[in-house]
Design a protein. Structure first.
Length: 525
């Protein structure tokens, strides 16, 4: 562990303030982190490298113990016990240097501050060892004189949210989401804080609180604050059991994503010394990718054998087999997702003129923006809209299923799916929430019990997976799906063009997929 120089000089008597304690701890933390960085930069002998690796491993294990609620107190106690002698020697030296009483309450406070600096250094070592360029800074270690005092430092979170929205134009849904999260976050805080006053603990406490909130609380408890909605939900008894709470993944990809985005914007403009959202964890959230479960072939066969696709009793009895064929978005949107990877929001807004069947390489012009309801789109970046504008090949299987016949029957000046209802929410052009929930909550549970269950959006993931299996280059995949390129491709790669996309996509083959029942009904209709 670290040791501190024990100077013997004395200084005029000083007063130990919170800021002085933070300054002492911050200086020790900063010096320690620079030393750790040097250890990882400098070429060392194999024995020295092994020693650094051992320190990194110990730090990682101890940091994990500190982050585990069931082990945190004991881990801190053991760590403090092991370095207590060094802490007291160093605290005594600080007292003498600053003219503070030796052996009294002040020395104990300094020892406590130095311990927090050691904990911070330990966590920094763990993060640096795992590739983080800048380690998390505990807000409690930063003295007020280290805080930015420039323009905007005293603005509130909501004010910075508005500035971020103005500087980075985005769709109405994202704007609404940012403002809603800003309002909820500031209502949660015990008082309205300037941006530089927001601490990591504030973010973590808010995230922990959100996990208790009922899903869709605004609709279920209209007019109530989040705190009141939690109380109202918990008070439901008997048959009125509490509603399911918001999933940790939704919190991570919605509220926490907003907090991190706004604070990163403020940090980039020197309003805060660091982003306090860094290092915050959403308890229970699965790793990104854990929910993106592609459909298996037998699940697809079962899904597309549902009466909605092959014939139901009537429009109001879609789950009962019969001779009624929908032949609208309820059939074609899932098929288009499976063979183009398009988002529901993109399909809902298509015009008939966006479908280019007569082109040498049949395709659809996708011209819409980011879909806030798509769990695949949890990163809010400036290039999202640019990437979303693209040409997507029409797979030959769609032609075999009768897609061209369906398109030909629609008025040329109208929408591709005119029966897709307009949304009562002015921020969205068309509503799909109820239709998507019906598929996710009724159709899919009837065909599979595995976890994580696929969802409607998994059709998009299934198409990407099959493209990869059939050798479609990643650069083509990204342009077809409206994703950002990776590495140096954004700087050097041009649009590969519809010819290249079509030649690859037409060879995508879902081996074992049986759509013969749909083909026999819709290709002749």
């Amino acid at each position: 562990m670290s040791s501190y120089a024990s100077g013997a000089t004395t200084a005029p008597e000083a007063i130990l303030t919170d800021d002085l304690l933070k300054q002492i701890a911050f200086e020790v933390w900063s010096k320690g982190v620079e030393g750790i960085k040097r250890e990882h930069r400098v070429n060392r002998t194999p024995d020295a490298q092994m020693a650094v690796a051992d320190e990194d491993e110990w730090a990682t294990q101890t940091a994990a113990g500190l982050a585990d609620p069931t082990r945190a107190l004991r881990t801190r106690w053991l760590l403090r016990r092991d370095i207590e002698e060094v802490l007291q020697i160093s605290a005594e030296a600080e007292c003498r240097k600053r003219g503070l009483p030796v052996g009294g309450h002040e020395q104990g406070q300094i020892a406590d501050a130095l311990f927090e600096a050691e904990v911070g250094k330990l966590q920094a070592r763990s993060e640096l060892a795992h590739g983080l360029a800048l380690p998390t800074v505990d807000h409690r270690l930063v003295p007020s004189q280290q805080m930015p005092k420039g323009r905007g430092a005293s603005w509130t979170f909501s004010e910075w949210a508005e500035r971020a929205l103005s500087a980075q134009p985005s769709g109405a849904s994202w704007q609404h989401k940012v403002r809603k999260v800003a309002d909820d976050f500031e209502a949660f805080l015990p008082r309205k804080k300037a941006i530089y006053e927001i601490e990591k603990g504030d973010i973590q406490d808010f995230v922990d609180f959100l996990i208790q909130c009922p899903n869709r609380s605004m609709q279920r408890f209209p007019g109530l604050s989040l705190r009141d909605a939690v109380r109202a939900n918990n008070s439901r008894q008997g048959e009125l059991k509490p509603f399911r709470t918001v999933s940790p993944n939704t919190i991570r990809d919605t509220q926490f994503a907003v907090l991190r985005w706004v604070l990163a914007f403020a940090h980039a403009r020197d309003a805060v010394a660091f982003n306090p959202a860094t290092g915050v964890k959403v308890p229970g959230a699965r790793k990104k990718g854990g929910r993106k479960s592609a459909f298996q072939i037998e699940e697809l066969n079962a899904l597309f054998a549902h009466p909605t696709f092959v014939g139901c009793r009537s429009p109001i009895r879609p789950n009962t087999p019969g001779d009624y064929l929908f032949a609208d978005h309820r059939v074609w949107a899932p098929l288009l997702m499976l063979f183009t990877g398009a988002r529901p929001s993109e399909l809902a807004q298509l015009k008939v003129s966006d479908v280019k069947l007569g082109h040498r390489y049949p395709h659809i012009n996708i011209l819409t923006e980011y879909d806030p309801d798509d769990p695949d789109d949890h990163e809010y970046t400036a290039f999202k809209t640019e990437n979303a504008r693209r040409q997507v090949p029409i797979h030959p299987e769609l032609d075999a299923l009768g897609f061209a016949s369906y398109v030909a029957k629609q008025p040329k000046a109208g929408r591709l799916f005119p029966e897709w209802k307009s949304s009562p929410d002015a921020r969205k052009l068309y509503s799909s929430a109820g239709w998507i929930r019906r598929i996710n909550d009724t159709y899919i549970p009837a065909i599979t019990n595995r976890k994580p269950k696929p969802t409607l959006y998994s059709l998009r993931h299934t198409f990407k997976t099959q493209m990869a299996r059939d050798g479609v280059p990643a650069q083509n995949q990204n342009q077809i799906l409206g994703h950002a390129q990776v590495g140096m491709d954004p700087n050097y790669l041009d649009d590969l063009g519809i010819e290249s996309h079509y030649e690859h996509v037409r060879r995508v083959n879902y081996r074992g997929l049986d759509l013969s029942s749909l083909r026999s009904k819709y290709s002749k209709s």
